[in-house]
Design a protein around this ligand. Structure first.
Ligand code: SF4
Length: 162
């Protein structure tokens, strides 16, 4: 009776990041028989292409985006808020359909970030806050952790494997 984990697809090796790369975490890629994995990528689900210009939340967090007080803008200055929100809504549908025990979300991303996100200046600096999708999932009651938090708590989450 394994756990169900909804995982940012780039952490599973899917080359869906803005630069066409991934951020594989070996422990998440190798879950055969240990947990059921449900991949999600909100930015792809929102219709954005791979590769794509990087985007960041300007003047706020994911929660502020949902309140209409912040926007997601790409490095070329194009407003991508609607695509980010659409991808978040589709991720929420997936969450509701599968009811995972945990969501493992890529740290710092404007979609998937938890606790910290890039600060909107494309400078590599972080600010406190959640990504657009993470904010929506938390609001819906999801238990979300970053990949590093997962690695630290892996045995408790999965149960001892041997
Ligand atoms: S939206 Fe999330 S899953 Fe998709 S590439 Fe960005 S961090 Fe990874």
């Amino acid at each position: 009776m394994g756990k169900k984990l909804m995982v940012s697809a780039c952490l599973l090796g899917k080359p869906c990041r803005y630069d066409g790369g991934s951020k594989s975490v070996a422990e998440l890629c190798d879950m055969k028989g240990k947990a059921e994995i449900i991949p999600f990528c909100p930015e792809c689900a929102g219709g954005l292409p791979i590769p794509r210009p990087p985007a960041e939340i300007q003047h706020g967090s994911g929660e502020d985006v949902w309140k209409g007080q912040a926007r997601v803008v790409d490095k070329n200055g194009v407003d991508r808020t609607e695509a980010f929100c659409e991808g978040a809504r589709k991720s929420l549908d997936l969450f509701r359909r599968h009811q995972p025990d945990w969501v493992i979300a890529k740290a710092n991303s404007p979609s998937c970030g938890l606790g910290h996100i890039y600060d909107g200046r494309f400078s590599g600096s972080l600010r406190p806050g959640n990504g657009v999708t993470t904010a929506l999932l938390l609001e819906a009651g999801a238990r979300v952790m970053t990949e590093n938090q997962f690695l630290e708590a892996r045995d408790q989450i999965l149960g001892k494997q041997n």
